[in-house]
Design a protein around this ligand. Structure first.
Ligand code: KG4
Ligand code: ZN
Length: 342
């Protein structure tokens, strides 16, 4: 009988718990977002995030077991993201995971949250073919990884400043939209033409696979300032309109053009015919369509998860851990948490 794993993700401002049967059958995948708890501060407050994780995590574990219709004793291993992320937040998940593994006397598996994102595709489509190029476009990271096999990958490109998701969130905020900005920018891109304004496409023709989005963010800031005629109040908005829509659509077209161009160029240079896309920004319908069209045009096999598996979730963490469990790659109770990507 296949193993049952419990996954925990508390890397940033979402608390997520999942239960996975075998390598891809999701029995429960519950996520509580903290966006509303940080709204009044204009960004995530680390200490508040840790407290919120502590408040809800036990309840979420109980709910997940109930949803899966399982007793705790049915769990074969505990998986937890132990990097990268906010240290205080990571420590909440890690401490709970260690306590559970200790009391259940079962293996503990520490997971790299960014390495887990592409496994959303395994949950959706079954095993991916190797070798493959993974593009991860999340709030905190934009990465290109050349994977030869499970656990055998090399980062061949990354953002040298802001991640694409971070840039999208900040630009949406400039125009008065609340966090997270991705959904509203995607809505604008679906409703309006992205050709009306010509914003920069940073590093698009550079001869490496790195990204840079802070210049685009600054260009949007300058554009916004000139448009507002020195007025410093940004009206709060909730929906796109005919004024902001074409601007956000054109901005997002720049982001998409860079992601598409660099990803397919990297795949070509590394001789890769399989590409996966994952991470919160991948929940964008416009980005999905752009990748689907380009892959069809070039004859590339594309793996792209459904939207709720693009954003942070513990099922992807448990899925990578299920592969580690099979390979008997376990950690022990000395497992530590660290903020950076290693
Ligand atoms: O992967 P994720 O949930 O968290 C990190 O690991 O950082 O990614 C968060 C990012 C944010 O930039 C958010 O605006 C974006 O994902 N996002 C979206 C959508 N939902 C979340 N972007 C576009 N369309 C969406 N529906
Ligand atoms: Zn993430």
């Amino acid at each position: 009988m296949s193993a049952t794993g419990l996954g925990i993700d508390t890397t940033f401002d979402d608390t997520s718990v999942a239960i996975l049967q075998g390598k891809s059958e999701i029995l429960a995948n519950l996520t509580l977002s903290q966006y509303k708890d940080h709204e009044e501060f204009g960004g995530v407050v680390p200490e508040r995030a840790s407290r919120k994780h502590l408040e809800v995590i036990n309840h979420l574990i109980d709910e997940a077991l109930k949803k899966a219709d399982l007793e705790l004793s049915a769990i074969d291993y505990i998986a937890v993201s132990n990097h990268p992320g906010l240290l205080g937040s990571l420590l909440v998940g890690l401490t709970v995971a260690k306590s559970m593994a200790y009391s259940l006397k079962c293996p503990l598996i520490g997971i790299n949250h960014v390495e887990a994102h592409p496994y959303a595709n395994v949950l959706n489509h079954g095993e991916m073919q190797f070798p493959i190029l993974h593009l991860v476009v999340a709030g905190g990271h934009t990465l290109l990884m050349h994977a030869r096999d499970h656990f055998d990958y090399k980062i061949i490109g990354r953002s040298i400043d802001d991640a694409a998701g971070e840039c999208v969130d900040k630009v949406a905020k400039l125009f008065g939209y609340p966090m997270p900005g991705g959904p509203v920018v995607d809505q604008a891109a679906m409703e309006y033409s992205g050709d009306e304004y010509d914003f920069p496409r940073p590093l698009i023709n550079k001869n490496n696979h790195n990204f840079s989005f802070s210049g685009l963010k600054t260009a949007m800031l300058r554009f916004r300032e000139s448009q507002m005629n020195n007025s410093s109040t940004v009206p709060e908005q909730s929906e796109t309109n005919s004024e902001t829509g074409p601007i956000l659509a054109s901005f997002f077209q720049s982001v998409i053009d860079v992601l598409i161009h660099k990803t397919f160029k990297a795949a070509e240079e590394h001789g890769l015919n399989n590409i996966s896309v994952s991470g919160g920004l991948a929940a964008s319908r416009k980005l999905r369509k752009a990748f689907e069209d380009e892959s069809a045009h070039r004859g590339i096999k594309l793996y792209y998860p459904q939207p709720n598996l693009c954003t942070d979730n513990a099922a992807m963490v448990a899925c990578l851990a299920a592969h580690r469990y099979e390979a008997e790659l376990f950690d022990d109770l000395s497992l530590d948490a660290f903020p950076n990507l290693q």
